[in-house]
Design a protein around this ligand. Structure first.
Ligand code: EPZ
Length: 419
């Protein structure tokens, strides 16, 4: 089992380039089932992407990954398509459930493994199925699989989500592309990754309007021509490196290949804590900060503070003056990083869904264990800020969502080795 060894307290400076978004690429790969010829650029070469590509191959699409150019080429000539997403592929990467909407609306049927839970929660898909049923799908659950049918095709409808879900919004949107007439989805997730999926679907010839939290989709024939799409940058990776810089920057760190407007809210929050941030058109510069100030915050759907940055923010707040509070309002069990951070000296207490962080505390290196993608990167951040050495086990979690993490940090003079 590979592990990461970090020698902490090294001051870092230099440049970091942000990769394409994993959470935009995954639904766009699922949407490629609807298309004929697709070229996706700015793809992050991370484990979840390879798993989704394996799933699309299994379904019968022809895929080519050109690693050195971060490009994926996809062809779907609709020959011997297997409308099945097997357990072995969906269990490791729950976004595999996103092929359900595409398969059902294009081929009239789909058999997709229930994704099952993960470290951060039960991760149900009831909202996905609720929307598909509203579009006229016949859904039954058997032996751990979702068996969906729409023999006469799906019918457009007005669907109001009882709560906001990124995946359910994406699955419903994909299914609506070939539902008869018009579909209006209400109370949708409007994360930048959902908007990037809409941009991609419009290139396929679809007429889609986003108004507030409503998405209006008209049934359209999909273009047969080749579609080229540049995937949006990864705003969570950006937030992660902004926090890494705030913890250990020497002079300054320039983070490029991004659009600061998309993460205005997160930037405002980091500025409020005292992080020195300079915005450019396509990059952000983080300078050495003085004292960091405490803050109280809750994770919220976009444009609120993202749950995917909660663990990383917590590490920063261990170095802020005073008592900060982070309330995790999205997932029921997303504090798995807390016991590990406490072993490194952090003073954190959990009360109901709120973490109470007392700072500043001196962090010291320790042997720790990653549990989920974002918790593992928070241990890397803590390792950068801690005295001595930190060893992080089970770093396969990291490889699911961070492209070239060590390379990017080493290029800024961090001491980090994979063994
Ligand atoms: C997406 O997961 C992201 N994954 C997650 O990122 C992210 O944390 C999450 O959105 C929230 O922003 C991808 O985009 C591939 P949800 P998703 O449906 O779609 C509950 C990462 O680290 N819910 O918005 O699964 C659910 O349990 C990952 O990259 C239902 O109750 O998240 C959660 O409490 C982690 N029923 C809340 O809604 C449903 O049918 C939000 O989940 C669906 C969700």
């Amino acid at each position: 089992m590979e592990k990461l060894i970090i020698k902490g307290k090294k001051e870092i400076s230099g440049k970091i380039s942000i990769s394409g978004s994993k959470n935009a690429t995954l639904p766009i790969l699922a949407a490629s089932i609807l298309a004929h010829q697709v070229i996706l650029k700015n793809i992050p070469l991370v484990k979840d992407i390879f798993t989704m590509v394996e799933l699309l191959n299994f379904i019968g699409l022809r895929i080519k990954i050109i690693k050195k150019k971060n490009i994926i080429k996809i062809n779907n000539n609709d020959n011997n398509i297997n409308t099945l997403a097997p357990y072995k592929l969906v269990k490791t990467m729950r976004a595999g459930v996103l092929v359900l909407g595409s398969l059902l609306t294009k081929y009239g049927k789909a058999k997709v493994s229930l994704p099952g839970g993960c470290a951060i929660g039960t991760r149900p898909v009831d909202l996905h199925l609720f929307a598909l049923k509203k579009l006229g799908a016949k859904i039954r659950i058997k032996n751990g699989y979702i068996i969906a049918e729409a023999k006469e095709g799906l019918k457009g409808n007005i669907i109001k989500f009882p709560s906001i879900s990124v995946g359910a919004t994406e699955n419903a949107l994909l299914a609506a592309t070939n539902a008869e007439g018009t579909t209006i989805l209400k109370n949708c997730a409007i994360e930048p990754e959902v908007k990037d999926l809409i941009t991609f679907l419009k290139k396929l010839g679809l007429i889609i309007n986003l108004k507030g939290r409503s998405i209006i989709v008209k049934q359209r024939k999909i273009k047969k021509s080749q579609i080229v799409h540049n995937v949006i940058f990864d705003r969570i990776e950006l937030g992660t490196y902004m926090i890494a810089s705030a913890l250990q920057v020497k002079n300054n760190i320039t983070i490029n290949k991004i659009d600061p407007k998309i993460i205005k809210n997160e930037i405002d929050i980091l500025k409020k804590i005292g992080v020195k941030i300079k915005l450019k058109k396509t990059s952000i510069i983080i300078k050495k900060n003085k004292k960091l100030k405490k803050i109280n915050i809750s994770t919220k759907p976009y444009p609120g503070f993202p749950t995917d940055l909660q663990a990383q923010l917590m590490v920063l707040l261990t170095q802020a003056n005073g008592v900060s509070k982070i309330r995790e309002d999205i997932f029921e069990n997303r504090f798995m990083h807390v016991p590990e951070l406490k072993r490194m000296g952090a003073d954190i207490e959990i009360k109901n869904k709120t973490a109470i962080i007392k700072g500043p505390t001196k962090l010291t290196g320790a042997e720790v264990m990653a549990t989920d993608l974002r918790a593992s990167v928070s241990l890397v951040l803590a390792g950068l800020a801690a005295e001595n050495r930190t060893t992080i086990n089970r770093i396969y979690h990291l490889d699911r969502g961070y492209e070239f993490l060590e390379r990017k940090l080493k290029s800024c003079k961090a001491e980090i080795e994979r063994v």
